[in-house]
Design a binder for this molecule. Structure first.
Ligand SMILES: *[C@@H]1O[C@H](CO)[C@@H](O)[C@H](O)[C@H]1NC(C)=O
Ligand SMILES: *[C@@H]1O[C@H](CO)[C@@H](O)[C@H](O)[C@H]1NC(C)=O
Ligand SMILES: *[C@@H]1O[C@H](CO)[C@@H](O)[C@H](O)[C@H]1NC(C)=O
Ligand SMILES: *[C@@H]1O[C@H](CO)[C@@H](O)[C@H](O)[C@H]1NC(C)=O
Length: 420
């Protein structure tokens, strides 16, 4: 059963031959040039296409992973750019830095912050299309390259990225805007290496994932079930999963990569992620399959299934090994009492992944942090709307900008009772 699952998963996500690319492009272009342009460009190309500048840096972690970190440097027309503060935008599970530019100028996180004269840094976690490199391991040949989960991203990728940005900008603190998994990783880092609390001026956690007990997302449920099956198969889960250019991406391009398929595809997307009022519009949805999924390890994917059953907990090695390692059969909950940095979490009732009840659990676990939850007044907002929504510039980004500017908690809420 176990091997069958691993084999079928592997086959399903094997990379396609490049010759298919042209055929695919011809099938999906359908004469809509703006969409295919935005869909098929990588980060640097898309930023240039949108009329902004970008820089690419490589950051090597203490365990040898070579990460791409993008930057949209402060626009020269901003006054006194030496004072301007850096922001790190961190993507979520099997996504990439593309998330902060996909909807385009005036709508995407990174452009909005750049227009407001911030210095925007966009890292990529190990294993995604931009960070598929290591000092000694070959991602195509060495399964050991894929032996990681969010724990390694938290304890190796993030500190290397944060220190790099602080060093390059000569600052003591950086703002952090994180989506989904990126909240869990920073929580874990600050819990295990508390010196990082002081390096983050303020954390904005959009659709935070830590506790997932109440998640209505079908994929999370699959992750939880698969994790139960594969729990003791440690090294068998060290394989690439949902790679860029893989099966899911190509299927997505064929099914959803054009305006013509908008209605069918949005219905499909909303049925798994929560129905909304078409926040992901017909000029953005067909662009998505060119950018996601962007790849991670199967181990990371399954790691999130553990959170459904165990809460925000240490790695689950199965009861025998857990007993040796932790002195108990179930992995212990991660102690968040060392987390002292300030957090603002954005949650929405329609978010099928990050349920409001679970975000409240997170806020109450942060006993020593000034942590608040902002519940969106627009109850239809879903998990991916925090990245791609038409109204992002109306609901989420202004709250982030205003809070950064004044230091005062700002939140587009409909009643004070939402304030936690
Ligand atoms: C795709 O379209 C281009 C131009 O329309 C054509 O030159 C090319 O041969 C096509 N490729 C395939 C694989 O059909
Ligand atoms: C994007 O694609 C261009 C052209 O293939 C390439 O030169 C560039 O290095 C790519 N950028 C990244 C970040 O992969
Ligand atoms: C800088 O800002 C000006 C004025 O807002 C804008 O016209 C220009 O396109 C921006 N340049 C870049 C490289 O972002
Ligand atoms: C998994 O891999 C590690 C190192 O790559 C090795 O030390 C360990 O024995 C392996 N475990 C199993 C169960 O094969």
């Amino acid at each position: 059963m176990r091997s069958l699952l691993v084999v079928s998963v592997t086959c399903a996500f094997l990379k396609h031959a490049t010759s298919q690319d042209n055929i695919l492009d011809n099938v999906t272009n359908l004469g809509d040039d703006t969409i295919s342009q935005r869909r098929d460009k990588n980060f640097t190309e898309l930023v240039a296409y949108d009329g902004y500048n970008s820089e690419t840096y490589t950051v090597t972690t203490d365990d040898g992973y070579i990460l791409s970190v993008f930057r949209i440097p402060v626009n020269k027309s901003c006054k006194d750019s030496s004072n301007l503060e850096p922001i790190i935008f961190m993507h979520g599970l099997y996504l990439s830095g593309d998330d902060c530019i996909i909807p385009g100028p005036g709508k995407a996180h990174c452009y909005i912050y750049s227009d407001a004269c911030y210095d925007v840094w966009v890292p990529n976690n190990r294993g995604n299309r931009y960070s598929r490199q290591h000092k000694s391991l070959d991602p195509d040949k060495d399964p050991e390259f894929w032996n990681f989960a969010m724990d390694e991203m938290a304890l190796h990728d993030l500190p290397a990225i944060i220190d790099y940005v602080l060093d390059k900008t000569n600052k003591k603190q950086v703002y952090y805007v994180g989506h989904s998994q990126a909240v869990g990783t920073l929580l874990l880092l600050c819990a295990k290496k508390p010196q990082y609390n002081d390096k983050i001026k303020l954390g904005f956690g959009m659709s935070p994932t830590a506790w997932l007990e109440n998640s209505r997302f079908i994929v999370i449920k699959v992750e939880a079930a698969a994790n139960e099956i594969l729990k003791t198969a440690n090294n068998e889960t060290n394989i690439e999963f949902l790679p860029y250019g893989g099966f899911f991406q190509n299927a997505g391009k064929i099914l959803c990569g054009s305006k013509a398929s908008y209605l069918a595809c949005s219905a499909l997307l909303f049925s798994v992620l929560g129905f909304n009022k078409f926040q992901i519009t017909s000029d953005v949805l067909p662009v998505l399959p060119g950018h996601l999924p962007a790849g991670t390890s199967l181990k990371d994917f399954l790691r999130w299934g553990q959170m459904v059953t165990n809460g925000f907990s240490e790695y689950d090695y199965g009861s025998k090994q857990n007993l040796e390692l932790y002195g108990q059969e179930k992995p212990p909950t991660i102690d968040l009492s060392p987390v002292t940095m300030r957090w603002i979490f954005f949650a929405s009732e329609n978010d099928y992944v990050s349920d409001v009840k679970d975000v409240k659990t997170l806020v109450s676990a942060l006993t020593r942090s000034d942590a608040k939850m902002c519940l969106l007044a627009d109850k239809s907002f879903g998990h991916l709307d925090f990245l791609y929504a038409d109204n992002l510039a109306k609901y989420v980004a202004p709250d982030i900008l205003s809070t950064m500017k004044t230091g005062e908690y700002a939140c587009n809420i409909d009643s004070l009772s939402n304030l936690l």
